[in-house]
Design a binder for this molecule. Structure first.
Ligand SMILES: Cc1cc2nc3c(=O)[nH]c(=O)nc-3n(C[C@H](O)[C@H](O)[C@H](O)COP(=O)(O)OP(=O)(O)OC[C@H]3O[C@@H](n4cnc5c(N)ncnc54)[C@H](O)[C@@H]3O)c2cc1C
Length: 424
């Protein structure tokens, strides 16, 4: 785009060229960003989409994981329509895919199809978004602030440039911002220095990362779905290659945060809970499951990693070849730090949505299928025209389903089209 940087040196003496202003800029081209691109393009908006890596970059990272929702819940209505219009064959509605097949059979074909009419830029990272002419603390509730476009600083191959847009959908997910593995959510002693030696994402020990995990000893930390997925994969590897072992450290007394739902309609999710229950009584030889455990300290020890883990209050020292910390993710707020975003003090998601989710759950877990139709007000921020959508909108709350994100896209588009400063 967009802003003509070459003009800057002449701006004192010549007339600056009017920079182009897009109707909508989308940050992140995962499932929700692509649905936003499909739906906004269908409405005839002037859209630009930025993806830091490649389309579905986060999904690709956990490509070996089986989705627990069937294809009919994972395809967005607008995206599906794009493929139907192009006479593409869609997967069966009840098909359970891995992340990789979902990417190859839905997200990538969708992006390919859209690229004829929408600017979807891969390898372009959004660094920061501000409101033209206004600082964060200025113009609270001011309609004058809302009429100004967003200034978006993007980086591509080390070069920075600026893009203007009337509205922004931040669909950048949370997978890129893992939590710390130490107790209480802060780094364990030494964890900051060892961050590059710890795997914070869901690895693929039986295939892609087999060389790394085979015949080695791993400490796995975490008690949610991702950690459970990793535990099952490590157990499978340990059965295939008995010199492999792992110690699974979970925080809760009961072991994991996985709770069976009565007649769970998502059979893959129910299956995971059953498999974990079986694993508890059938751990591969040499492997252990520690409950009420938390990482206290971590350091380099020869080729391996030394750790101190508190188990029921007692300190245990050990040494591992690898640490996998599947302890959840949180939103990166650097993009919108200069905007007026009301963030929840507990989940770090946008406040309106966080309040609604909290009210629905009390203090306990909820079924992610219950989050449909959350309402337009839940996605609105004090900063008019800026929307945090998709997995990022749930903040630290991991009960997000793509289907919820697709509903958010439709709600946000109806808001920008009806209310926004679309005075062109
Ligand atoms: C292992 C796993 C399994 C899951 N299984 C399911 C399931 O079965 N069903 C379901 O409904 N949900 C599932 N989810 C939850 C959720 O639906 C997915 O995480 C989904 O990918 C979220 O989509 P998204 O578009 O919001 O974000 P993401 O898929 O995280 O996409 C965000 C994109 O933004 C890009 N990005 C990040 N920062 C920037 C930046 N600054 N500038 C530009 N681009 C940026 C990233 O590279 C990425 O491509 C699962 C999640 C995980 C981690």
């Amino acid at each position: 785009m967009e802003t003509n940087t070459k003009d800057h040196s002449h701006s004192m003496r010549s007339t600056t060229r009017q920079a182009h202003i897009h109707d909508l800029a989308i940050v992140g081209l995962g499932p929700v960003g692509l649905e936003a691109a499909s739906a906004s393009n269908a409405l005839g908006l002037d859209v630009i989409g930025f993806e830091a890596t490649k389309v579905g970059g986060h999904v690709d990272q956990w490509g070996q994981v089986r989705l627990f929702s069937p294809f009919e819940l994972n395809a967005g209505p607008a995206g599906e329509q794009v493929l139907i219009n192009a006479a593409k064959t869609l997967p069966e509605p009840d098909e359970i895919m891995t992340g990789a097949t979902f990417l190859n059979n839905y997200l990538q074909p969708l992006a390919d199809q859209l690229s004829g009419s929408v600017a979807l830029l891969e390898g372009v990272r959004v660094l920061a978004v501000g409101r033209q002419g206004w600082l964060k603390h200025e113009g609270i509730d001011s309609s004058a602030r809302a009429t100004q476009p967003f200034r978006i600083l993007v980086e591509e191959n080390g070069n920075e440039r600026e893009v203007l847009a009337r509205s922004v959908f931040d669909c950048s997910g949370t997978y890129g911002r893992p939590n710390w593995a130490g107790g209480s959510g802060i780094p364990a002693r030494g964890e900051r220095q060892m961050r590059n030696k710890i795997e914070y994402h869901v690895p693929d020990p039986t295939h892609r990362n087999r060389d790394k995990f085979e015949s080695s000893r791993t400490l796995l930390i975490g008690g949610g779905h991702s950690a459970a997925t990793t535990a099952l994969a490590l157990a499978e590897l340990a059965i295939e290659e008995p010199k492999t072992s792992f110690v699974w450290a979970t925080r809760g007394g009961g072991g994991t945060q996985l709770h069976p739902l009565t007649n769970d309609p998502l059979r893959e999710r129910a299956k995971l809970v059953d498999q974990i229950r079986d694993l508890r009584t059938n751990l591969p030889s040499g492997s252990e499951w520690l409950t009420q455990a938390q990482l206290v300290a971590v350091w380099a020890e020869g080729q391996g990693i030394g750790v101190e883990v508190a188990v029921n209050g007692d300190i245990r020292r050990d040494r591992f070849d690898h640490i996998v910390a599947n302890v959840g993710y949180e939103p990166d707020d650097t993009i919108y730090r200069q905007l007026q975003i009301h963030e929840c003090y507990a989940s770090r998601g946008p406040m309106n949505l966080a309040t609604t989710l909290l009210a629905a759950s009390g203090d306990g877990p909820t079924d992610c299928l219950s989050h449909d139709g959350l309402g337009k007000d839940t996605i609105q921020n004090p900063e008019s025209g800026f929307f945090i959508l998709g997995a990022k909108s749930f903040g630290k709350n991991s009960s997000f389903l793509m289907r919820t994100g697709y509903g958010q896209v439709s709600a946000a588009l109806s808001l920008i089209v009806s209310e926004l400063h679309f005075t062109k």
